[in-house]
Design a protein around this ligand. Structure first.
Ligand SMILES: O=C(O)c1cc(=O)[nH]c(=O)n1[C@@H]1O[C@H](COP(=O)(O)O)[C@@H](O)[C@H]1O
Length: 241
């Protein structure tokens, strides 16, 4: 099982304000392993925005959650995989061929650009969803079964890991083994609000359950002192060692 020593902490910089994202990144730089830039930021600022945040010196997780036909996803991956980002996301529900196309595009593009190959990870069931949401969208539950089904498909088709709630992390470790990256958002320290997240877990518990990359956004970015909030999240992770 992953320990607190190897579990990483990435902060989600969810904003359209480039100056704000850069400020947060600078404030928390000594307390996190990397930062995540998502759709909100990327649609506003594109590759230039990613490069601007890279100047802070932290690894970047580019979370675009791609989900389209294989040719289109491969093209989208080719457009960004030369940026030198550490991790990228696609939706595992896009299917086997789409995931293989994403991995191949990431490898060839990064190698041609002379940058490290981004780890492509597959989103299973969003942490904002619960069992009744799955039923509404026609997916077979129970929810952990759907997470495992999509995670196995992702790993079998070359993805470096998967995204799920830490609630499913121990189950995923037992099914997938130690190698795949388990990215776990929906992290809520006891002092933070759940907001739109439904499957939430504390930082310490996420580490104990086997999460390897914890994504924490608003509990850090909306705190009065983001650096102190990041430090407290890290302390909770370390206490789980
Ligand atoms: O792929 C993700 O990062 C992701 C998947 C998921 O199932 N749930 C989820 O919350 N996320 C992302 O993780 C971050 C969580 O942010 P907070 O809820 O503010 O901590 C957001 O940027 C989400 O887009």
């Amino acid at each position: 099982m992953t320990t607190a020593h190897t579990a990483q902490l990435y902060c989600a910089l969810d904003t359209v304000d480039l100056a704000q994202a850069r400020l947060w990144a600078g404030q928390i730089a000594g307390h996190v392993d990397g930062v995540k830039l998502g759709l909100e930021f990327f649609l506003a600022h594109g590759p230039a925005g990613v490069r601007a945040i890279q100047t802070v010196g932290l690894p970047i997780f580019l979370d675009l959650k791609l989900h389209d036909i294989p040719n289109t996803v491969a093209g989208a991956v080719r457009a960004v995989a030369g940026l030198g980002v550490a991790v990228m996301t696609v939706h595992a529900s896009g299917g086997a061929a789409m995931m293989r196309a994403a991995v191949e595009a990431a490898e060839t593009t990064a190698k041609a650009a002379g940058v490290p190959v981004p780890k492509v990870v597959g989103v299973t069931v969003l942490t904002s969803l619960a069992d009744d949401d799955l039923q509404q969208t026609g997916q077979s539950g129970p929810l952990p079964d759907q997470v495992v089904r999509l995670a196995q498909l992702a790993v079998q088709n070359g993805l470096a890991g998967v995204v799920s709630s830490a609630k499913e992390a121990a189950l995923l470790r037992s099914k997938l083994g130690a190698a795949p990256l388990l990215v776990v958002p929906g992290i809520r320290p006891t002092w933070a609000e759940a907001g739109d997240q439904k499957r939430i877990v504390t930082p310490g518990e996420a580490v104990r359950l086997g999460g390897s990359l914890l994504v924490v956004g608003r509990p850090i970015t909306e705190a009065r002192d983001p650096a102190d909030a990041a430090r407290r999240v890290r302390a909770d992770m370390m206490a789980a060692a």
